[in-house]
Design a protein around this ligand. Structure first.
Ligand SMILES: Nc1ncnc2c1ncn2[C@@H]1O[C@H](COP(=O)(O)OP(=O)(O)O)[C@@H](O)[C@H]1O
Ligand SMILES: [Mg+2]
Length: 315
């Protein structure tokens, strides 16, 4: 088996992706010493490489745009190369937070109310009037984030109306459309989901306790700054409800192989869906590998299983 792990790319999450790719490639090599496992960046050399030395399967571990929005997966699909993870169309739905949230609402799940605002609308209607209307509708505090982003880049919690314009500018730096979402206070939990044979399985939730109010970039990738609890400190019933949301989201968006759903469980035990990731982080401090470890599952063995499944579904 010749497997190519793709990581890097030009998104703001390039460094995280390189670390995810390295970790998965090493885990695969350890689990499958007989396989040829190579790593490649997403750059001008990639397509030549694929043509000259076509892999049996690709593991895309790109975070952010291109890797998670479906664009690269479209290319892989058109080349007919099997890959691990969701297809292009499903990835596109998942990567756009307002789209994924709307589909979740239609399926009866709870997700914080929000307004998505393109920069042009904001400019045309006049920023102060628009922001006043949003604060009136959603209340405070609000979470401001790019609709198509990741790793909390450009994300801020806004406590007063005065803080909102600066937060919008910060989020627009990462994309043309910004989501203003009602802040939910509670326990932040990430739930990894994976497919095995014909089953869809949810891992135990990983509870995230960041040093500040937001699980921001520094809290994610500086080891030791954030406390994690796996399983999350929830009642069995609440934990199962949260897992059911993650399974439901994976199914209703038509995702494949693996995903990670981020949610906040409020004081009443209601899980509020925030977003789902088709290329979950796989670094040393990432959530999906932590949950796998707690379940005594090996990252290398699971990836190998999914590689084998990807190759056989396309043959
Ligand atoms: N509505 C919300 N209420 C409370 N905290 C939130 C909310 N939305 C996001 N957050 C915080 O911001 C982080 C990033 O948000 P998320 O929607 O997961 O985007 P991404 O991980 O793609 O940057 C979350 O992990 C959480 O700490
Ligand atoms: Mg997230």
């Amino acid at each position: 088996m010749h497997v190519l792990v793709l990581s890097g790319g030009l998104s703001a999450e390039r460094d995280v992706s390189l670390r995810s790719g390295r970790r998965v490639a090493e885990a695969l090599r350890t689990d499958q010493p007989g396989w040829e496992v190579a790593e490649h960046d997403v750059d001008g050399l990639l397509l030549d490489r694929l043509r000259q030395h076509r892999p049996d399967c690709i593991v895309p571990l790109l975070h952010g745009a291109a890797g998670e929005d479906g664009a690269l997966r479209d290319v892989l699909e058109s080349l007919g190369i099997p890959f691990v993870g969701s297809g292009a169309a499903a990835s596109r739905l998942a990567f756009d937070k307002p789209v994924a949230k709307e589909l979740a609402v239609q399926a009866g799940l709870s997700t914080p109310p929000c307004v998505a605002m393109p920069q042009s609308t904001f400019r045309e209607l006049g920023a102060p009037a628009v922001l006043d209307a949003v604060v009136e509708q959603l209340g405070l505090p609000l979470v401001v984030k790019p609709t198509r982003g990741g790793s909390s880049l450009g994300t801020a919690i806004v406590h007063t109306a005065e803080e909102l314009p600066a937060a919008m500018v910060g989020a627009f730096a990462y994309g043309d459309v910004v989501l203003m979402e009602r802040y939910v206070s509670g326990t932040e939990v990430a739930i990894g989901v994976f497919e095995r044979d014909d089953d869809l399985l949810a891992l135990s939730g990983v509870e995230i306790v960041p040093p500040g109010e937001l699980y921001d970039y520094a809290a994610r990738y500086t080891a030791g700054t954030t406390e994690f609890f796996c399983p999350a400190r929830l009642s069995d019933e609440t934990a199962e409800r949260a897992q059911a949301v993650a399974l439901n989201v994976h199914l209703l968006l038509g995702l494949r192989d693996w995903s990670r759903t981020d949610l906040i469980v409020d004081a009443e035990g209601v899980p509020w869906f925030l977003e789902v990731n088709v290329a979950p982080g796989m670094t040393e401090t990432s959530l999906f590998p932590q949950a796998l470890g707690a379940a005594e599952e090996s990252l290398g063995a699971l990836t190998a299983e999914l590689v084998t499944a990807a190759v056989s579904r396309s043959s």
